[in-house]
Design a protein around this ligand. Structure first.
Ligand SMILES: *[C@@H]1O[C@H](CO)[C@@H](O)[C@H](O)[C@H]1NC(C)=O
Ligand SMILES: *[C@@H]1O[C@H](CO)[C@@H](O)[C@H](O)[C@H]1NC(C)=O
Ligand SMILES: *[C@@H]1O[C@H](CO)[C@@H](O)[C@H](O)[C@H]1NC(C)=O
Ligand SMILES: *[C@@H]1O[C@H](CO)[C@@H](O)[C@H](O)[C@H]1NC(C)=O
Ligand SMILES: *[C@@H]1O[C@H](CO)[C@@H](O)[C@H](O)[C@H]1NC(C)=O
Ligand SMILES: *[C@@H]1O[C@H](CO)[C@@H](O)[C@H](O)[C@H]1NC(C)=O
Ligand SMILES: *[C@@H]1O[C@H](CO)[C@@H](O)[C@H](O)[C@H]1NC(C)=O
Ligand SMILES: *[C@@H]1O[C@H](CO)[C@@H](O)[C@H](O)[C@H]1NC(C)=O
Ligand SMILES: *[C@@H]1O[C@H](CO)[C@@H](O)[C@H](O)[C@H]1NC(C)=O
Ligand SMILES: *[C@@H]1O[C@H](CO)[C@@H](O)[C@H](O)[C@H]1NC(C)=O
Ligand SMILES: *[C@@H]1O[C@H](CO)[C@@H](O)[C@H](O)[C@H]1NC(C)=O
Ligand SMILES: *[C@@H]1O[C@H](CO)[C@@H](O)[C@H](O)[C@H]1NC(C)=O
Length: 451
């Protein structure tokens, strides 16, 4: 999913670094573990911002968390109310202005009951909270299967190095809730580039996250996950500034311990009520002592083989190396399901998305399909993957088939329209396309020989 898209001399160095960086931080944060959430018995009136909930921590401390301190902006115009009912488990209620109160997060309710009830003048975009499925509100973050876009920012038209056709805002509108991307340290700044910035430069990390922040403010009931590929193995301090500057800072979720096992995760309701709903993982060089919220991905999320060229998509555990089966079963995991083609051009060998087979790769069923892999992983591990990492998420055996697979894993119904306007970036890798590859490849070789 991150390197190696170009396998050159530096790969050996990268591999060496790979094994030296697998150790994870230990220790826990000072937050304590959330054991119960006590909420007012009576349904309070007032706006969402005024709502408070009492969180009881395992060390006996209680803290009152007011949504007001975390969220300000478009919500003020929306006349939303959010209350909770049950005493020891969170159930989120959202009332739309003028309409009746709508209950969400109660599994015995009709999910569709929540699609109405938002005031017409509200700038809040989504009317189906908890990542489009009210059923998820009471479920733990670790008990949900999400579609994850591989190399989410790489949407360059007519580039074989692109991985997606639609921009990040469209991805989020369509239901993607996990964004994976590769970062490069250039000129003292974190850029989003595919392999090198000469090959595909999608701008700075800060610009990209600023767009995501805008979306998250308009969609206050959604939890979004970021999986950062730290391609250059730079220190985590290089990431904190662009993340904070993007505006996401107050939404960042901080785990209660390291590592987070399956049962340690909060429910989506808890994350949404506390407005701590931006979840950050980084594959290498995370330091949770210095930045508890910038989580070491492989301490909490393992992966099946990455950058696969094998359409069999085995469900075997690959990264981190050496994880015991017992630990793997007690962690979240990601199914890498982006099929690659290996291009060999002289000394350059690179992997690019195999777009010609997307109708099979992203399909609900059939040989080499996402659906087949998800089923197989569920059989192997006793639970479905948490993340389904795909290229060109909007293609499949029908538009939106990747979301159908996630819905099947989640035991919910996918009935949304997919997908946003296409930018037309998808092109099959054909002989005609090879000249583009070749031109790009020559550029890369020049860059590489300068290393
Ligand atoms: C919150 O909203 C109010 C009213 O629009 C505004 O005056 C205030 O500056 C905002 N605060 C922040 C931190 O954005
Ligand atoms: C907010 O909702 C309440 C209760 O439904 C309603 O009485 C009030 O008029 C609404 N206010 C606005 C500004 O829409
Ligand atoms: C869920 O909502 C239904 C209908 O309002 C109610 O009868 C039921 O008791 C609720 N269940 C829980 C667990 O809150
Ligand atoms: C659930 O939806 C079905 C079909 O729309 C409807 O008949 C039923 O009354 C709904 N139940 C509740 C509790 O809203
Ligand atoms: C959620 O947990 C239940 C019970 O352990 C399990 O059956 C289900 O497969 C899980 N779903 C996901 C998506 O993790
Ligand atoms: C880094 O700076 C050099 C020199 O100014 C410039 O040519 C290059 O385009 C910059 N790189 C990026 C990714 O902006
Ligand atoms: C970013 O990473 C580079 C390379 O590891 C390092 O030299 C630099 O000090 C880092 N910058 C910050 C702000 O940590
Ligand atoms: C992680 O951060 C802590 C606290 O800032 C620091 O003492 C430690 O050296 C860092 N670890 C690494 C590997 O940089
Ligand atoms: C997928 O499932 C459908 C409906 O069950 C079936 O008609 C179709 O043949 C299957 N496709 C493949 C490739 O297995
Ligand atoms: C999906 O959407 C694109 C763009 O609108 C379209 O070209 C394609 O044929 C659609 N169908 C499938 C099966 O992906
Ligand atoms: C996943 O496997 C469990 C049994 O291990 C089964 O109960 C469940 O239905 C499976 N989920 C799906 C979506 O097939
Ligand atoms: C899936 O949902 C249905 C209806 O909502 C329920 O009856 C069934 O038990 C669920 N299956 C699992 C494996 O949770």
């Amino acid at each position: 999913m991150r390197w190696p898209t170009v396998l050159l001399g530096f790969l050996a160095v990268a591999l060496a670094q790979d094994s030296s960086t697998e150790s994870s931080q230990s220790g826990t944060t000072t937050d304590g573990t959330v054991v119960s959430v006590t909420t007012p018995v009576a349904i309070p009136s007032g706006t969402y911002q005024e709502f408070t909930t009492t969180i009881t921590l395992s060390d006996g401390d209680s803290s009152v968390i007011a949504s007001t301190t975390h969220y300000n902006g478009t919500m003020t115009a929306s006349n939303q109310t959010a209350v909770t009912t049950t005493s020891d488990s969170l159930t989120l209620l959202v009332g739309g202005g003028g309409g009746g109160t709508t209950v969400i997060g109660n599994n015995s309710m009709n999910a569709t009951a929540t699609t109405t009830g938002t005031a017409t003048n509200t700038p809040v975009v989504n009317t189906r909270p908890c990542n489009n499925y009210p059923e998820f509100c009471t479920r733990k973050y670790s008990n949900i299967t999400m579609v994850a876009t591989h190399n989410s920012p790489f949407i360059r038209k007519n580039s074989v190095a692109a991985n997606q056709a639609l921009d990040v805002t469209t991805q989020l509108n369509d239901g993607v809730r996990t964004l994976q991307f590769q970062t490069h340290y250039v000129n003292g700044t974190m850029y989003l580039c595919h392999t090198t910035c000469q090959l595909l430069d999608a701008g700075t990390l800060e610009e990209y996250l600023t767009d995501v922040n805008k979306w998250m403010r308009r969609n206050p009931y959604d939890v979004v996950t970021f999986i950062i590929g730290n391609f250059d193995y730079v220190s985590p301090e290089n990431f904190t500034t662009p993340i904070y500057n993007s505006g996401l800072k107050d939404l960042i979720y901080t785990p209660t311990k390291v590592p987070m096992a399956l049962n340690d995760w909060p429910t989506l309701s808890e994350m949404i009520l506390k407005q701590k709903r931006a979840v950050f993982f980084m594959d290498y060089q995370a330091n949770q002592t210095a930045h508890p919220w910038l989580m070491d991905q492989f301490s909490q999320v393992w992966e099946t083989p990455f950058s696969p060229t094998d359409p069999a998509f085995p469900c075997t555990q690959q990264r981190p190396p050496g994880l015991s089966k017992a630990d793997a079963k007690n962690r979240m995991y990601m199914a890498n399901h982006n099929l690659n083609l290996q291009l060999n051009l002289g000394s350059l060998s690179m992997l690019i998305p195999n777009t010609a087979q997307l109708d099979e790769t992203n399909a609900v069923n059939g040989s080499g399909s996402l659906g087949e892999m998800a089923q197989e992983c569920n059989t192997t591990w006793g639970r479905p993957p948490n993340f389904l990492l795909v290229d060109y998420y909007n293609y499949g055996n029908f538009n939106g088939s990747v979301f159908e697979v996630a819905a099947q894993m989640n035991n919910v119904t996918y009935d949304r329209k997919c997908c946003g306007k296409t930018s037309g970036a998808l092109r099959e890798v054909s002989v005609a396309g090879m000249s583009t590859v070749l031109l790009v490849a020559v550029g890369v070789q020049m860059v590489m020989s300068a290393f």
